[in-house]
Design a protein around this ligand. Sequence first.
Ligand SMILES: Cc1cc2nc3c(=O)[nH]c(=O)nc-3n(C[C@H](O)[C@H](O)[C@H](O)COP(=O)(O)OP(=O)(O)OC[C@H]3O[C@@H](n4cnc5c(N)ncnc54)[C@H](O)[C@@H]3O)c2cc1C
Length: 442
Amino acid sequence: MAVTEIAPLTAPPDLTGEHRPVIVVGGGQAGLSMSRCLKKRGVDHLVLERDTAGHTWRNERWDTFCLVTPNWQCRLPDFPYSGNDPHGFMVRDQIVEYLDAYRRFVDPPLVEGVEVTNLTRDDRGVFRLVTTAGECTADQVVVATGGYHTPITAPLSEPLPGGVVQVQSKDYKSGAHLPPGEVLVVGSGQSGAQIAEDLHIEGRRVHLVVGNAPRVARFYRGRDVTDWLDEMGYYDMPVTAHPRREAVRAQANHYVTGRDGGRDIDLRAHAAAGMRLYGVLTDHREGTLHFEPNLTASLDHADEVSESIKDTIDKHIRERGVDAPVEDRYRAVWRPEQEITRLRLADTGITSVVWCIGFRQDYRWIDIPVFNGRGAPSHARGVTAVPGLSFLGLPWLWTWGSGRFSGVGRDAEYLAERIRSQRGLTTVGGRGDVCNVLALGS
Ligand SMILES: Cc1cc2nc3c(=O)[nH]c(=O)nc-3n(C[C@H](O)[C@H](O)[C@H](O)COP(=O)(O)OP(=O)(O)OC[C@H]3O[C@@H](n4cnc5c(N)ncnc54)[C@H](O)[C@@H]3O)c2cc1C
């Protein structure tokens, strides 16, 4: 089934002069979860989405995309995955269907096609939202605009030749959308590793710039590693208890895949089968790409992290006396013979580059001093020091799953409960319809 475009049915209403107790900015899984949690507490609110609900899953994933996390971890508030493959990995169109079904279930007071372009708070503590459909106000605002805003590209001395097509991971669909020829994939985090593999499986010659992202095995000792980590309580650990504390928020995700029922991504095996691997890309000058001589170290590091996770699982099995089959450890199937630090583009058939080196958060539209020196919001479990302003859906906002399907619901319940008690509402549940009386464009 092809992914369908859900366009707003009507032009957005004029929001000029509208006031709501709560306005949620963003209609992805976080915004919809927030709406559900506010609605069941009888808190009147509005959700503003600049595109369509679930837009990023619909439009910013590649054709063969599937979840890296198992389906059972899809547990949006009051709407857990209910299909017959809890240990499988939904493909893109199934994820979109899950979100569309959630939207129907929540029936949020949602206005699509409206972007919030400026957010301020006046002297009386009222939030002013300048939107593409007029200026409105709110007593409280929940920012649920995702954690991946502006794609990053490496700063190079000279631009790549004009003939080389460059795309960002969020715009990559498949090799069919790239010109014939070899492809340079820059970055080996979750997206880069999967996109490189996608092209490699398609038969393209792939050059992959490997960064310091860790990897994790898909299965170990008879179970998905996710299941073991869940049993060990890892997904309940708050950021305040993590050994790296808030620094973990900037950590690259471990690469692994849900493709073909789930398996490891072994870059060494891909290299043995013809994929070209390099260390970190540092520059492009006079037609030559320059790389750091750190490929060996990066591959070793990724394996070490994966093996250390297995050590932790072994310890858990031992201490709990769990009956689990013994499994041999990973053996490297390929090692770089030498570090390649230069590559003349003219000596390759590279015709396109896919950038997968991450995203920068972009909150320039918020004129309220709640950001740290790196432009990220300062908060405790999403609650900022500015009364009434919260964030939801960010990686490690509270737990590992906060920026994912598994943990966003727990955070939404927390924020909604705070908002309910601040507003002096006592009824939890039972008044869920109150918002729809006020629904605009949903
Ligand atoms: C490549 C990739 C793979 C992932 N794989 C998994 C996985 O396997 N499992 C998992 O659980 N999670 C995964 N995630 C993480 C997470 O689930 C997604 O990022 C998810 O989209 C986050 O949902 P969200 O609602 O927080 O943000 P988003 O989906 O980004 O939604 C934010 C919404 O806000 C809107 N918006 C932004 N700014 C404004 C504005 N100023 N005004 C109005 N609207 C605005 C946007 O249009 C968007 O629709 C993955 C993420 C990526 C990028």
